[in-house]
Design a protein around this ligand. Structure first.
Ligand code: MSP
Length: 500
């Protein structure tokens, strides 16, 4: 079986999850589900990033022991993942014993290879970003991200990042899809071309981190600890290479530098194969502005789930924002998109066709005698999955599902054009063929929509009595078409119109 490995960033648990976290994991979930339905053996990894100064400080401000604080917030991330129906295969916590062992082992390997040396750091650090900044990057006393910075001077271990400039540039050239989208790759390349400094990878002024082997007054820099989460599930396993390296790391644009520069350099240092791709998505904004607690404009997707239903939220987040770009969240667009694409195009089609079959064809899939145009319509429906594969392989999630919307349009047009109601008394055979074609198109639509709206798709496929194992993409062909004479269940409303 072909393997596929997809990851999300691991999230800081200094607060409960918000739209940004949920968005990133949702994208990975849709890709993971798509690949599983396409016959791949998928490994989908997510989790929490629990060490570092930010966690330590926040827990202290709250007056809670830091591990307890991590446990409480991690539970909220797991709850949110369940609410969102995320199908992860492994949930990693950087406080897990096997992760700590794994990273200490990696550290030792880096030491043995001479990739790490002891020195002294003097420079800027932003706790909010958990990032070191060069003097030249500081703007009016702040990090380029707007985060406050503090001056740090301490003994520190360094990773020889400066040794990797040429190898990294070669990587971007030889593996042109390593960083996507393209325009973000150019940002990465110019950052690397501008010259790389060795990276401070340990701290001594606090202790909430993984102790450096043989020098426990140092804890490891949280990003070194965090990035190796992607390797931990395979550490000390018999066949680690079966999923390694990742096919795609899904990350937000704000953490691209860590994934596209530091991460491959770390892997090169210990001779582990490099990931195939790092894809950086954009940010959800509110009226063009960044969401932030201080602005009070932070959106909680879970209240939307409660109010409108999970599948609408999953669908909207993936369809509305071109994956890669920034985009403003708007309540009006939420209503418009869900109503126009799911309620009017898909829900309504299922309702009309299945009710009609119950009224005028005994609730049974009728016999068909296709003309050339019916045959062409069905062949085009079966071909949609191939277009979707091409989009998903470029992480163009919004475009992949636009193909299903086009198919739903085609089905509605087919229905209006062939108007089965108008030939009910004059040409029953033709009416039956038209109904059969429509039911078959609904089967295809429901199977294709399953990665993004799994519960609703399953409801449609239940109505059509399609068994679980027949919901895979290799069933999208004439050989596996729905059988005539099989019974349909009574229709139920799958995508109710949202009115306010
Ligand atoms: N812990 C690090 C990642 C370590 S990965 C080895 C981290 N965590 S985070 O909790 O701050 O955020 C993780 C993700 O949430 C990022 O990919 C980030 O882009 C995403 N988002 C945070 N706010 C966002 C929006 N407003 N919109 C979309 N995603 C954004 O960084």
């Amino acid at each position: 079986m072909k393997k596929y490995y997809v990851t999300t960033p691991i999230y800081y648990v200094n607060d409960k999850p918000h739209l940004g976290h949920i968005y990133t994991t949702l994208a990975a979930d849709v890709i993971a589900r798509f690949k599983r339905q396409d016959g791949y053996d998928v490994f989908f990894l997510t989790g929490t990033d629990e060490h570092g100064q930010k966690m330590d400080k926040t827990a202290k401000t709250k007056g809670v022991p830091v591990k307890q604080f991590c446990d409480e917030n991690t539970a909220k991330f797991k709850d949110a993942a369940n609410t969102m129906n995320f199908s992860y295969d492994y949930f990693i916590r950087t406080t897990d014993e096997n992760h700590i062992k794994c990273v200490q082992d990696i550290w030792q390997k880096m030491m043995d290879k001479g990739a790490i040396y002891l020195g002294k750091y003097a420079g800027w650090y932003a706790v909010r970003d958990e990032a070191f900044y060069d003097e030249s990057e500081i703007i009016d006393g702040f990090a380029p991200t707007g985060a406050p910075v503090e001056w740090v001077e301490e003994e520190s271990y360094f990773f020889r990042l400066s040794d990797y400039q040429d190898r990294l540039l070669k990587l971007y050239e030889e593996q042109p899809d390593f960083v996507m989208p393209e325009y973000r790759k150019n940002e990465v390349i110019s950052f690397v071309k501008s010259g790389l400094h060795d990276l401070s990878v340990s701290r001594t002024t606090f202790s909430w981190g993984i102790p450096v082997p043989n020098d426990p007054k140092h804890v490891m820099y949280v990003w070194l600890d965090a990035l190796f989460n992607y390797w931990t599930p395979f550490y000390n396993k018999d066949e680690p290479q079966s999923f390694w390296p990742a096919d795609v790391h899904i990350v937000g644009k704000d953490i691209l530098r860590f994934h596209a520069v530091y991460w491959p350099a770390f892997l090169m240092a210990i001779d582990l194969p490099l990931p195939k791709r790092v894809f950086a998505h954009g940010w959800w904004l509110v009226q063009g502005e960044k969401m932030s607690k201080s602005l009070g404009n932070v959106l909680d997707p879970l209240t939307y789930v409660e109010k409108y239903g999970l599948d609408y939220v999953r669908y909207f987040l993936m369809r509305e924002m071109p994956f890669g770009n920034d985009h403003s969240f708007s309540h009006e667009s939420f209503l418009t998109l869900c109503n126009s694409e799911l309620a009017n195009k898909v829900g309504n089609l299922v309702q009309r066709v299945v009710s009609f079959v119950h009224k005028f064809a005994n609730g049974v899939v009728p016999q068909a005698k296709f003309n050339d145009s019916d045959k062409a319509t069905l062949l085009e429906s079966y071909a949609v999955v191939e277009k979707m594969r091409m989009h998903i392989d470029k992480q163009a999630i919004h475009l992949a599902f636009e193909e299903v919307v086009k198919l739903a349009n085609a089905a509605n047009e087919y229905m209006d054009y062939n108007a089965p109601w108008s030939i009910r008394n004059t040409d029953e055979k033709r009416m039956n063929t038209v109904l059969y074609t429509l039911i078959e198109m609904i089967r295809v639509i429901a199977i294709l929509l399953k990665p993004i709206v799994p519960t609703s798709s399953d409801k449609i496929l239940d109505i059509l009595e399609i068994s679980q194992e027949k919901r895979m993409f290799d069933m999208l062909n004439a050989e596996n078409a729905i059988a005539s004479d099989s019974k349909l269940r009574e229709p139920s409303i799958i995508f109710p119109r949202i009115t306010e």
